[in-house]
Design a protein around this ligand. Structure first.
Ligand code: AP5
Ligand code: MG
Length: 195
């Protein structure tokens, strides 16, 4: 059976984490967020965490090699073939190219990219709201949030072209209730699963 590898894509605050949880529950696949993996390392004060803390708190990207090693480790330690949602990865074209190589070694490939479209002003609103309660350093002020969005446009948005060229790109409107957005994503997912 073909392994379902889903790249969940979109700007900061688009709802990747929120929707990933719902997709995991419905489709019985796994979920890895590179952002969460990095925050866990920072929280545990590991060497890797200390190396990247500064990048993250300013809203910049972590180095490609480091993020790729997180993904490699994840794949090596998760052997079952139910499939995975990759949330926030790949975020640069270099990561996308490396990801294809890593998956090819396992006789796998990216099945599809699901992209959440949300306009900037809504992203800022959502993240400022979350920042009031969350302890995420990168939600703490509007400047850092705007920097994350600017970095997304400068370095990450282009990754969509990589998957468009492979005929794997599917975008949905990320505005609406969480359930409405989920229904849109499910409609695409259902074309790739037996659900
Ligand atoms: P990461 O953790 O991936 O953060 P992000 O992309 O900035 O996005 P968020 O997690 O903030 O938002 P989300 O899209 O998951 O939305 P969520 O569901 O939380 O990355 C953090 C950092 O790690 C990066 O900046 C970078 O430094 C580093 N990093 C990570 N991956 C990397 C990589 N591959 N390469 C290099 N560096 C990397 O929702 C947001 C809020 O909106 C929540 O409060 C939620 O409740 C609310 N919300 C969700 N849906 C809706 C809705 N439909 N209506 C209203 N509100 C909603
Ligand atoms: Mg997230």
């Amino acid at each position: 059976m073909r392994v379902l590898n889903v790249v969940l894509f979109g700007p900061p605050g688009a709802g990747k984490g929120t929707q990933a949880q719902k997709l995991v529950a419905k489709y019985g696949i796994k979920h890895i967020s590179t952002g969460q993996a990095i925050r866990d390392e920072i929280g545990a004060k590991t060497e890797l965490g200390l190396q990247v803390e500064d990048f993250i708190s300013k809203g910049s990207l972590a180095p490609d090699e480091l993020v790729i090693s997180i993904i490699e480790h994840y794949l090596e330690t998760h052997h079952d073939n139910s499939g995975t949602i990759f949330d926030g990865f790949p975020r640069t074209t270099i990561q996308a190219v490396e990801f294809d190589k890593i998956l090819a070694k396992r006789s796998e490939s990216v099945t599809l990219m699901l992209s959440l479209d949300v306009p900037d002003q809504e992203l800022v609103k959502r993240l400022l709201l979350r920042g009031k309660e969350s302890h995420r350093a990168d939600d703490s002020n509007e400047q850092v949030i705007k920097n994350r969005i600017a970095i997304y446009k400068a370095q990450t948005e282009i990754v969509a072209e990589y998957y468009k060229a492979q005929g794997k790109y599917y975008a949905v409107d990320g505005i609406g209730t969480m359930d409405e957005v989920f229904d849109r994503l499910s409609e695409v997912m259902d074309r790739f699963t037996n659900k």
